[in-house]
Design a binder for this molecule. Structure first.
Ligand code: F6R
Length: 609
C-alpha cells in the first residue's frame, strides 16, 4: 500500500506535496519521491527512507514547478531501493507516474514493451504503466492514459504528469482509493483526505475505472471510454486539526485519548426517547430486518476482534444466531447464505481488499450487506447496501484504537435496535442498557487518567519476550486485541486465549518470565473461574497483571499489578477493558525504543490480498 498526493495550481508544488505526504505516511514509509514539471521537463527526486529522511536528502531547488505528483511507498513488487521508489518514468522521462496498487499482468506487458525497445530502470510493476502510456502517446496524455489503462489488469490509483502538457494533471483509479480535492485556482489528488484538508474540504471520490483531468481552474472526470461524468463534490466536515497530532507524541496516543469524544460522536443523534434511532441510516425495510434469522460478521484483524464481541452482544441480547468469519476465509468458501442472512462487514478504512471481496461474494449470493465503516466514501461504504458509520474521525496510527472501541459501540447500538425489533428485550430494559452506554465516555475519561500507572506497569516488559492475554466471554476478544496491539507495536510475542483454555496448553509456558494479563472484571458468569486461573498462574510464578472492576479487593490481593475500570454492564465492560491494553502496548513500545505509529512491515489499510 502506498500514498499519493498531486497538485496543480499557482503555488510551488513540492513543499505542498511534502507536507501532504507526511499525513499519508501511515500508508507506506519505506521510500518517497516527487516529480514536478517545469520548463517542459519532469524533475524527479526520490529516495529510500521515511518522508522526513527523504526530505533531508532531496534538494527542493531542483524541484520547482506549479504541478507535481508524489508518493510514499510500502513495497509490494520490487525491493526497497531508490530505483524502485516512485515516481517512475517512460524512456524519455517525458511521462511520470505514481501508483498505489498492483498491476497483475505487468510481466507480460513488460515483455512486449521490451520487445518494442522500451528500457526499464526498476523492477516494479508500476513502471510498465509509464512505458505503456508512452507507447500510446500521440499528443494527448489523457487519450494515451485511457488506451493504456484498457490493457492493464489489477488495481491502481494513479497520478500522471507529462512534460509536454504541463497544464494537466491526470488521475485514475481502479480498486485503490483516490480522491480529488477541489480548491480555488488549484486542484489536488490524494489517497486520503488528511493530505489535502488544510487546503480544501471539497472532495470528489473517484470510482473504479474513472479518469480525472485536472487543470488549475478545472476538473473533469470521465469513464474509461472517455464519456464525461457528473460527479458530486462532497464537503468534508473533519477539522484539519483532527488529522494532526494535537500535541501528543504519537498518533496512537492521541487516538487512544480521543476515544471518549469518538464514542460521544458515534452516539450522537442515535439514541432518542430511550430507543436506538438508526432506522433512517439503514437501507432495509422493516420486513427485511424482521426476517433476518442469521448474521455473519466478516472482518480482518482488529475489526475481526470487534466482530467477536458483536457476536456475543447480538446473541445475548437480540437472540439472533451469529457467526464470525475472517473475510479472507469467507471469500474463498462457498458459504450457505440466503436473503434472510445479514452480512455485517466491519472495517475502519473501508478499503481492506479481503473484506471488500467478501462483501462482493456475499452480494453475489443475495445476502444483504450492512457495513460498519469509519472512512466515509471508501469502497466498502459505497458497495454496501447499508452503512453505519463509526464517527472516530481519521485514524492515522497504524495500530487501530479508537476505530475499535467505536465499532463496539455501533455493534451495541445495532444489537439493541434489533432486540427492539425482534422483541427480545422490552422497552424498559433497552432504555436501561442505553443509559449505561451513555455513561461510557465519562467513565473512559476517568480510566484514561490512570495512564501513568499503566506506563509504570509497562516497564516490567523491558526484559521479557512473551506475554499471554486471557479473558472470557465478551472480554475474550479483548484479550485477543490486547495481544495483537502488543505484537504490532512492540514486536513482542503475545497470544490471546479464552482464560479457561489456559489449562489445555499455554499453562506450560508459565514461569517467572511470563507476564499474564487477565481481564478479570466482575460479572455473574465467569469471574470466579478467572480468579481460579489467576491462582494457577501465581502458583507457577507467572507475573499477573489484572484488569479488574473498581473496588475489587480480591483481585488486588492476588495480582502483582491491577488496573481498575469503572463499574459498568458486563457486556459494555469490553469497551473499557480495551483501553488499558492499548496504553500498555503503547508504553511497552516506547520503552523498547520503537515508534508505535510506524510498526515495521505493517501498513494502515491492506488493499492487496
Ligand atoms: C490492527 C489493525 C489491523 C486492521 C485490519 C483491518 O491494529 O489495524 O489489524 O484492523 O487490517 O483493517 P480495516 O478495519 O481497515 O478493514
Amino acid at each position: 500500500m502506498c500514498g499519493i498526493i498531486g497538485y496543480i495550481g499557482n503555488r510551488e508544488a513540492a513543499p505542498l506535496m511534502i507536507e501532504g505526504l507526511k499525513k499519508l505516511e501511515y500508508r507506506g514509509y519505506d521510500s518517497a519521491g516527487f516529480c514536478t514539471v517545469s520548463n517542459n521537463q519532469t524533475l524527479i527526486q526520490k529516495d529510500v527512507g521515511k518522508i522526513q529522511e527523504v526530505e533531508k536528502k532531496i534538494n527542493l531547488n531542483n524541484l520547482n514547478g506549479n504541478i507535481g505528483i508524489s508518493h510514499c511507498r510500502w513495497s509490494t513488487h520490487g525491493g526497497v531501493t531508490k530505483e524502485n521508489a516512485h515516481p517512475h518514468t517512460d524512456c524519455k522521462n517525458m511521462i511520470s507516474i505514481v501508483h498505489n496498487g498492483i498491476i497483475e499482468n505487468f510481466s507480460e506487458l513488460k515483455e512486449k514493451l521490451m520487445e518494442k525497445g522500451h528500457t526499464f530502470k526498476s523492477s516494479t510493476d508500476t513502471e510498465v504503466v509509464a512505458h505503456l502510456i508512452e507507447d500510446n502517446y500521440n499528443g494527448s496524455i489523457e487519450e494515451a492514459t485511457r488506451i493504456a489503462l484498457r490493457q492493464i489488469e489489477g488495481s491502481y490509483a494513479l497520478g500522471i504528469v507529462c512534460a509536454k502538457e504541463p497544464q494537466k494533471l491526470i488521475a485514475a483509479r481502479n480498486e485503490s482509493p483516490l480522491i480529488l480535492g477541489i480548491g480555488k485556482e488549484e486542484n489536488f489528488i490524494a489517497s486520503d483526505v488528511p493530505a489535502i484538508l488544510k487546503h480544501t474540504n471539497r472532495v470528489i471520490y473517484l470510482e473504479n475505472k474513472e479518469i480525472a483531468i485536472l487543470t488549475k481552474n478545472s476538473f473533469e472526470v470521465k469513464n474509461i471510454d472517455g464519456i464525461s461524468l457528473n460527479k458530486k463534490i462532497n464537503n468534508i466536515d473533519w477539522d484539519s486539526e483532527l488529522a494532526e497530532k494535537s500535541g501528543y507524541d504519537h498518533f496512537m496516543l492521541k487516538e487512544i485519548h480521543e476515544q471518549p469524544r469518538a464514542i460521544t460522536e458515534t452516539l450522537n443523534g442515535r439514541i432518542k426517547d430511550g430507543k436506538v434511532s438508526i432506522k433512517e441510516e439503514l437501507n432495509f425495510s422493516d420486513e427485511e430486518l424482521e426476517n433476518i434469522n442469521r448474521i455473519i460478521i466478516i472482518a480482518c484483524g482488529t475489526s475481526w476482534h470487534s466482530a467477536l464481541a458483536g457476536e456475543f452482544m447480538l446473541e445475548e441480547l437480540a437472540k439472533i444466531p451469529v457467526e464470525v468469519e475472517y473475510a479472507s476465509e469467507f471469500r474463498y468458501r462457498h458459504p450457505i447464505i440466503n436473503n434472510n442472512t445479514l452480512i455485517i462487514a466491519i472495517s475502519q478504512s473501508g478499503e481492506t481488499a479481503d473484506t471488500l471481496a467478501a462483501i462482493r461474494e456475499a452480494k453475489r449470493n443475495d445476502a444483504k450487506v450492512l457495513s460498519i465503516v469509519n472512512a466515509k466514501g471508501s469502497s466498502i461504504d459505497r458497495e454496501s447496501d447499508s452503512v453505519l458509520y463509526t464517527y472516530a474521525g481519521p485514524e492515522i496510527g497504524v495500530a487501530s484504537t479508537k476505530a475499535f472501541t467505536t465499532q463496539l459501540v455501533v455493534l451495541y447500538l445495532f444489537t439493541l435496535f434489533m432486540a427492539n425489533l425482534k422483541r427480545s428485550l422490552d422497552y424498559g430494559k433497552i432504555s436501561e442498557l442505553l443509559g449505561k452506554l451513555r455513561k461510557l465516555p465519562l467513565q473512559m475519561e476517568a480510566l484514561l487518567s490512570e495512564e501513568n500507572r499503566i506506563k509504570k506497569i509497562a516497564e516490567i516488559y523491558k526484559d521479557k519476550t512473551n506475554s499471554l492475554f486471557l479473558g472470557r466471554g465478551v472480554n475474550f476478544p479483548i484479550a485477543l486485541e490486547g495481544a495483537l496491539k502488543l505484537k504490532e507495536v512492540s514486536y513482542l510475542h503475545a497470544e490471546g486465549y479464552p482464560a479457561a483454555e489456559m489449562k489445555h496448553g499455554p499453562i506450560a509456558l508459565i514461569d517467572k518470565n511470563m507476564p499474564v494479563v487477565f481481564i478479570a472484571t466482575k460479572d455473574d458468569y465467569t469471574y470466579k473461574k478467572v480468579l481460579g486461573n489467576i491462582y494457577e498462574v501465581k502458583a507457577r510464578n507467572g507475573i499477573v497483571i489484572a484488569i479488574a472492576t473498581e473496588g475489587d479487593e480480591e483481585v488486588s490481593k492476588l495480582a502483582d499489578y491491577a488496573i481498575y475500570i469503572p463499574k459498568t454492564l458486563y457486556i459494555l465492560s469490553s469497551i473499557l477493558t480495551a483501553v488499558p491494553l492499548q496504553l500498555l502496548a503503547y508504553y511497552v513500545a516506547l520503552d523498547r525504543g520503537l515508534d508505535p505509529d510506524k510498526p515495521r512491515n505493517l501498513s494502515k489499510s491492506v488493499v492487496v490480498e
